[in-house]
Design a protein around this ligand. Structure first.
Ligand code: NAP
Length: 472
């Protein structure tokens, strides 16, 4: 992404406005004069008096070239940075050059001339510099911003100009890491099929920084976004409202902007139920076996409890996690007045426990990363599959690869299977219904979404970058 480079007379507001605008857009900010002072360990006035202007200009060129190598940065330059062609060439290559055009009489009235080397002779020098450099500023600039009506007005003008460089992304998925996400491909394909001109991208928001992202998304007018690992819980305090499913789950995976307020939803919980529904299956009255006790397992157990599952077995390598899933599923059943309280069993992941649970399962779900590409772990033995009744459906939440060993071996035994892509697509379409505010013809869109997801997974496997995936 381009930099925004501010040029103009000393005292025109480059540093102040630049820092404020960078903060609004979540960009980095750099002031080349401050960088020089930092590297030399002395104020610019001293560099001028000790070593003279030519030495300062060399230091300035080094600072400018280094700033030009950055991206997504607002760069405040010194008043004389425009004097060297090489400075402006480098800055223009990676940035949009904006001339902050503040009338010299305003600068003269406001400025502490003693702190600025070229102005130390007094305010008259400002008029002289304005006369001699104005044509140069104008010639170097891609845009001129008149700054005659105070700082707030100038900041708004600068932000308006920057909005065209950093447009609101419409929709996005936010996570850390995020490069692997197939969501942009899926959602862009769905929007395309619906004839909607929205753009869905992938944005990297580092762990611990989700609050910064939310603030920025509000300012840039984002319509909505999906949230993935590790922000699903961390985002809760930053939202204005949380829907009931998300509150029950204690996790949000979809955020919609409604009249400037961000409302959090959870479609993970409903996603697998919808995917099962497409196969004519439901949790109600069933014996549901969940392997794993993380966020996805909890959402599934809660939904199964709400929908009236007869028995839910949670198998996990850590007993306390399975206990937690049990508590949450019981609380969900009670909060939604489920028609029955399920029998919830916790077990470890030993072969014996897996076989015992499989014996009466209607649906068996892998909710761990076992078998996932890159996770470098898989089931030691899949013998427990032979204990499953013929009516059982085996579901793997892992979607990369689309056919895991668990699914392949289940199919070899003649069992029905459901892959992670089915759930991914079901929850993505549920998110799109929230984003767009109306139900979608999901039968029709599933095919489009699935081929986009498969294409993105293939592209990732072969090292090609999906055209839809824009990792910022
Ligand atoms: P999570 O919160 O990290 O939970 C992962 C669970 O798997 C935990 O119980 C964890 O146990 C267990 N686990 C991890 N490595 C294990 C191993 N080597 N052996 C045994 N158990 C292991 O993750 P999540 O969000 O629930 O996601 C679980 C899986 O579902 C992931 O593969 C994710 O990609 C997939 N998923 C798919 C979709 C979809 O739409 N298809 C949606 C959500 C999730 P500990 O707590 O002991 O570490």
């Amino acid at each position: 992404m381009k930099n925004i480079v501010l040029i103009g007379l000393s005292g025109s507001g480059k540093s102040t406005l630049g820092a404020l605008a960078a903060e609004r857009f979540g960009l980095d900010f750099i002031d080349t004069d401050a960088e020089i002072e930092k590297s030399e360990g002395m104020p610019i006035t001293e560099i001028f008096s000790e070593y003279g202007e030519p030495r300062f200009r060399d230091l300035e060129t080094a600072a400018v070239l280094s700033a030009a190598r950055r991206s997504r940065t607002v760069v405040a330059t010194g008043g004389g940075a425009v004097l060297r062609d090489e400075n402006m060439r480098a800055l223009r290559e990676t940035g949009l050059i904006v001339f902050l055009d503040r009338p010299p009489e305003q600068i003269a009235a406001a400025l502490d001339c003693g702190a600025r080397p070229l102005l130390s002779e007094g305010a008259d020098r400002i008029y002289e510099l304005s006369r001699s450099r104005r044509a140069r500023y104008t010639a170097c600039a891609d845009a001129r911003l008149l700054c005659a009506d105070g700082q707030d007005d100038a900041l708004e003008r600068l932000c308006n100009l920057m909005r065209s460089e950093y447009p609101d992304d419409g929709f996005a998925v936010i996570g850390d890491p995020i490069g692997h996400s197939v969501s942009p491909s899926v959602h862009n394909a769905v929007f395309g099929e619906l004839g909607l001109n929205f753009r869905y991208s992938a944005i990297h928001a580092p762990r611990g920084k989700i609050g910064d992202f939310v603030a920025r998304a509000k300012i840039s007018g984002m319509r909505g976004f999906n949230v993935t690992v590790p922000h699903k819980q961390d985002i809760l305090p930053f939202l204005d409202e949380i829907d009931e499913d998300a509150r029950l789950c204690g996790a949000v995976n979809t955020v919609l902007a409604q009249c400037g307020r961000f409302v959090g939803y959870n479609t993970d919980m409903e996603g697998l139920a919808r995917a099962l529904g497409r196969r004519g299956r439901a949790y109600g009255g069933g014996d549901i076996v969940i392997i794993g006790a993380g966020g996805a397992a909890a959402g599934i157990a809660m939904k199964a409890a709400i929908d009236g599952a007869r028995r839910i077995t949670v198998l996990a390598r850590r007993r306390e996690k399975a206990d937690d899933v049990r508590e949450r599923a019981l609380a969900a059943a009670s909060a939604r007045a489920a028609r029955r309280v399920p029998d919830i069993i916790r077990a470890d992941m030993s072969s014996e426990a897996l076989r015992a649970a499989a014996g009466s399962a209607d649906v068996l779900i892998n909710a761990t990363p076992l078998g996932m590409l890159g996770a470098e772990c898989d089931y030691d033995s899949l013998d427990f599959l032979t204990a499953l009744p013929a009516r059982a459906l085996v579901c793997d939440l892992v979607y990369n690869p689309p056919r895991t060993k668990l699914l392949r071996e289940s199919e070899a035994l003649g069992l029905e299977t459901l892959g992670g892509l089915d759930m991914l697509i079901a929850q993505a379409l549920l998110s799109d219904e929230i984003f767009l505010g109306h139900p979608l013809d999901t039968e029709k869109l599933c095919e489009t979404a699935e081929s986009a997801a498969r294409y993105a997974l293939d592209a990732a496997r072969t090292g090609a970058r999906s055209a839809n995936t824009d990792v910022l």
